[in-house]
Design a protein around this ligand. Structure first.
Ligand SMILES: Nc1ncnc2c1ncn2[C@@H]1O[C@H](COP(=O)(O)OP(=O)(O)O)[C@@H](O)[C@H]1O
Ligand SMILES: [Mg+2]
Length: 301
């Protein structure tokens, strides 16, 4: 996976040194968003430093996708600020008033933000290679052979160099998601946002996608990952954020969030995961039963 190392280092090397270079890559301050009556984000503050991996957990409907979509300018927001590499995303100040930025300006600021969705959103009529090339040709306006070379390198990065000619329907869900990751990486993002990237996959295909993401993290990619894969979060995250009802209710190192959860809503949320893995404790219970029986037998004898 050397191609990925090159990708990450070259994309950071191309960032001109500026005051923004030392600031967090993403800064969110007082972010609010509502859909009609429903306030979905109720004052979110967060920082993501360069090369940091942040995992976002929380119940369904708590605002996780909306938050990521705001970071990628796929959603407008009502109040607060989203700064990407020090630049305000989505809005501009004119005569002390906040106005919606032009699409051109929005595209410029979010240029370095890549996103991967739960549904892979590949073009069904295009090969894996063409799916990865598409935005390079259309958005980045790269010459065809350069686009093809980069797309091939990205497919190699996700372990799919041999599948370039395959249409999505011929690929497994895990492979399709890896193509979607290659497509995002091809745009040389400085940060990758993942919204439940493995939630649509059959359980046996989850690992191959997480593996690619782990490698990316090791290679220094800045990442924000909404996930229910607590094992991944525990292993890979620098920081875990628990979102509840549109607010970051708890954040900290994985160890503190997972093993020392005091906040009642977080405890309750995590309990569901512990319960799902309850067969381990059953094994332990059975062993205890045997031990107790043996002890009892010993006492009878
Ligand atoms: N485009 C939309 N229009 C109206 N309501 C929405 C829209 N998108 C999300 N919501 C609502 O906002 C809330 C938060 O959604 P979402 O950010 O998708 O939560 P999560 O990703 O944590 O499950 C939910 O109640 C959802 O129904
Ligand atoms: Mg969601």
């Amino acid at each position: 996976m050397n191609a990925m190392t090159d990708l990450v280092s070259s994309s950071s090397a191309s960032t001109a040194p500026s005051p923004a270079a030392t600031a967090p890559l993403v800064q969110v301050r007082g972010l609010r968003k509502h859909f009609g009556e429903l306030e979905v984000l109720r004052g979110v503050d967060l920082d993501i430093a360069k090369s940091e991996v942040v995992c976002i957990i929380g119940p369904s409907g708590s605002g996780k996708s909306t938050l990521l979509r705001c970071l990628a300018a796929l959603e407008t927001y009502d109040a607060g600020e989203v700064l990407i590499e020090g630049q305000l995303l989505g809005y501009a100040e004119r005569n002390g008033q906040r106005v919606r930025a032009s699409q051109r300006e929005i595209n410029r600021v979010r240029r370095n933000v890549g996103m991967v969705f739960q549904q892979f959103n590949l073009w069904p009529h295009l090969s894996a290679l063409d799916n990865v090339m598409e935005a390079l040709l259309r958005v980045r306006k790269l010459p065809r052979d350069e686009a093809k070379q980069r797309a091939n390198a990205m497919l190699e990065t996700v372990g799919l160099a041999h599948k370039g000619d395959a249409k999505p329907a011929k690929l497994s869900g895990g492979q399709q998601q890896r193509v979607a990751i290659a497509r995002a990486l091809a745009m040389e993002p400085h940060i990758m946002l993942f919204d439940e990237p493995t939630s649509a996959l059959d359980p046996e295909l989850v690992g191959e996608v997480l593996q690619v993401m782990k490698q990316l993290a090791r290679d220094g990619m800045t990442m924000a990952v909404v996930t229910h894969e607590m094992g991944f979060a525990a292993q890979v995250a620098d920081k875990v954020m628990f979102i509840d009802e549109g607010r970051i209710a708890v954040q900290g190192k994985p160890r503190d969030v997972f093993h020392d959860a005091r906040q009642p809503r977080l405890r309750q949320f995590l309990q569901n995961y512990f319960d799902r893995n309850a067969f381990w404790s059953r094994e332990a219970d059975e062993k205890n039963d045997v031990d107790e029986r043996n002890a009892a037998d010993g006492a009878d004898a």
